[in-house]
Design a binder for this molecule. Structure first.
Ligand code: PRP
Length: 174
């Protein structure tokens, strides 16, 4: 069986440097206030773990289980919540943490859903942004890297559940 072609797009050391910068910026923007970090599963788990350490201070960790109905490599925009937050976010500073924003449909849905719970503030942080692929106008507050329109895997992102454990971001070429 031929091996998948994977080419490194963002090596581990560049990821870690940028994540430290993002964490410092997020902490600076919130002062000493507690921040509820909301990781969107599954893709964000590795980014989330590194980012919350880089933010430091009073950070609460929450997770949203999310599944797209599409089942393919493109999201349908119909988002199903498979596991909700454990704690209320009313009156709290919140940051949604995603691995990638592609069409923007998932992030747009999550922002609208969580805004209804009256957080004190609600910002968005994404490791990878594919701005050329938007179907809905959404601009994350914090972006790690803007990337071209390629299929990327690694550092939490998968191809049919494989490659999430790579320490870097790679481009998959079919
Ligand atoms: C990915 C990613 C976002 C969404 C972004 O999730 O984690 O949630 O797609 O795409 P969009 O901007 O086009 O909506 P995926 O459905 O691959 O699930 P996973 O995180 O469990 O791998």
């Amino acid at each position: 069986m031929p091996r998948d072609q994977l080419d490194v797009l963002i090596p581990e050391d560049r990821l870690q440097v940028r994540i430290r910068e993002l964490g410092a910026q997020i902490r600076k923007d919130h002062g000493d206030a507690p921040i509820t970090c909301i990781g969107v599963l599954k893709g964000s788990f590795m980014f989330f773990a590194d980012l919350v350490r880089a933010i430091g201070g009073d950070v609460r960790c929450e997770f949203l289980g999310v599944a797209s109905y599409s089942g393919g490599t493109r999201s349908s925009g119909v988002v199903r919540i498979t596991d909700d937050l454990r704690a209320p976010i009313e009156g709290r500073h919140c940051v949604i943490i995603e691995d990638i924003v592609d069409t923007g449909l998932t992030m747009d849905y999550l922002v609208r859903m969580l805004a209804m719970r009256a957080p004190r503030s609600l910002r968005t942080c994404v490791l990878l942004d594919k701005p050329n692929h938007r179907e809905v106008a959404i601009t994350p507050d914090y972006v790690g890297f803007s990337i071209p329109d390629a299929f990327v895997v690694g550092y939490g992102l998968d191809l049919a559940e494989r490659y999430r454990n790579l320490p870097h971001i790679a481009v998959y070429t079919p």
